[in-house]
Design a protein around this ligand. Structure first.
Ligand code: PEP
Length: 258
């Protein structure tokens, strides 16, 4: 059974004080929710403060990016050695990193290998843009990102994948549950080709793109979808708590024998 995982990607939002205030608003309610893994991904500068605040709770911490080298003359970069003592997860290959910072599948591949080597669980983002979607290229784009991103990666045991169609991110126009489930099913079968049926059946794959408390049910009730990577809505404490609570409730009700 795959435990659903909901991660809040705060992107480049919140000062340290604002991050602390946001965590204080959601911490107790989030901590009480069982049946879903909860991950907060604040900006780098707030990781230490958020870590202190969530200590002793069931809430986990993630970074939004990292460099693949351990250390050295890479001004401005953050190493897996710096993150590993702080957090469990790291988002890699987000479409905003690919679009604005030139991250290729080859770079994402090096980052996945490096994160796993240092005991960090990567949340690896893939997804097509609107033009590719409209040209019927979703399968080709997404499976290509998976194959190149995971080249020489020995195991997906500690990996999470997030399918995030770029046209749905921050637009208020989410994919449909059925549409996202179909692409995520394809990601799972590509992973089965690479790592075998057993490993692929245990891989958690999130949907991301304009997820809200009002639409999470549509996604989480799909058989292949194991959670959400949530951007904008994760900056509102009540909304994020509601998303996590609904995801946990719906997934556990689907598991109960009738
Ligand atoms: C994201 O940042 O990964 C994301 C899906 O953003 P939003 O929920 O705002 O669309």
């Amino acid at each position: 059974m795959r435990t659903p995982i909901i991660a809040g990607n705060w992107k480049m939002n919140t000062s340290i004080d604002e991050a602390v205030a946001l965590v204080k608003q959601m911490k107790d309610a989030l901590d009480k929710i069982s049946g879903a893994e909860k991950v907060l991904c604040p900006p780098f500068v707030s990781l230490v403060s958020v870590r202190e605040l969530i200590g002793g709770t069931s809430i986990k911490l993630g970074a939004q990016n990292m460099y693949f080298q351990d250390k050295g003359a890479y001004t401005g970069e953050v190493s897996p050695l710096m993150l590993a003592p702080l957090c469990q997860y790291v988002i890699l290959g987000h479409s905003e990193r690919r679009q604005y910072f030139g991250e290729t599948d080859e770079i994402v591949n090096k980052k996945i290998l490096s994160a796993l080597n240092h005991g960090l669980s990567p949340i690896v983002c893939v997804g097509e843009n609107l033009k590719q979607n409209e040209a019927g290229k979703t399968t080709e784009i997404v499976t290509g990102q998976i194959r190149r991103g995971f080249a020489d990666v020995p195991s997906i045991d500690n990996v999470v994948v997030a399918y995030e169609p770029i046209w749905a991110i921050g637009t208020g126009k989410p994919a449909t549950g059925a549409g996202a489930n179909q692409v995520i099913g394809l990601i799972r079968s590509t992973m089965a080709e690479l790592y075998g049926e057993e490993a692929a059946s245990q891989l958690r794959i999130q949907y991301g793109g304009s997820v809200t408390a009002a639409n999470i049910a549509e996604f989480i009730s799909q058989p292949h979808i194991d959670g959400g990577l949530v951007g904008g809505a994760s900056l509102k404490a009540d909304e994020f708590v509601a998303i996590v609570a609904k995801a946990a409730e719906i997934k556990s009700s689907l598991r109960k024998p009738v």
